[in-house]
Design a protein around this ligand. Structure first.
Ligand code: THU
Length: 145
């Protein structure tokens, strides 16, 4: 049998978008009715999913992106390649400021894939979304893990 060719980045990212699309159905968004799904790709190929989870004390709501990265970190993952995000808006949904900061800190300068209802993608580097970011490197005693 011919050896299996590693799938191209585009194929991988399309798959990531489709995972994000499925997990969006699990969003708990009774207050905004805005459903978001995220799929975070680790360098080892593992995918961690997340959806937004709202709270009646609105400020305690967590976005899909942070759900995904917190799940990954809590499972021991440390190296990431990309995150795909999709909402039920027809256009692309850019991440909020809090998610930009958290992703930069925990996942680094990964590809941020915004997907729309047609399955189209807009891919930007996280650094483009958060230039001149404050990161652990800026701390007096940077942590090393
Ligand atoms: N939301 C996300 O989950 N990710 C984003 O990138 C944008 C916003 C959520 C938070 C809240 O539950 C709802 O969408 C409306 O802001």
């Amino acid at each position: 049998m011919a050896p299996r060719r590693p799938s191209s980045k585009l194929t991988q990212y399309k798959q990531l978008v489709s995972v994000a699309q499925s997990v969006r159905r699990l969003a708990h968004a009774p207050f905004s009715n805005f459903h978001v799904g995220a799929a975070l790709l680790a360098t080892d190929g593992r995918i961690y999913t997340g959806c937004n989870i709202e709270n009646s004390s609105y400020g305690l709501t967590i976005c899909a992106e942070r759900t995904a990265v917190f799940k990954a970190i809590s499972e021991g993952e440390r190296n990431f390649r990309a995150i795909a995000v999709i909402s039920d808006e027809s256009g692309f949904t850019p991440p909020c400021g809090a998610c930009r900061q958290v992703l930069m800190d925990l996942a680094g300068n990964i590809d941020f894939i915004m997907a729309n209802a047609k399955g189209e993608m807009e891919i930007v580097k996280l650094k483009e979304l958060l230039p001149l970011a404050f990161t652990p490197k800026n701390l007096k005693n940077p942590h090393r893990s």
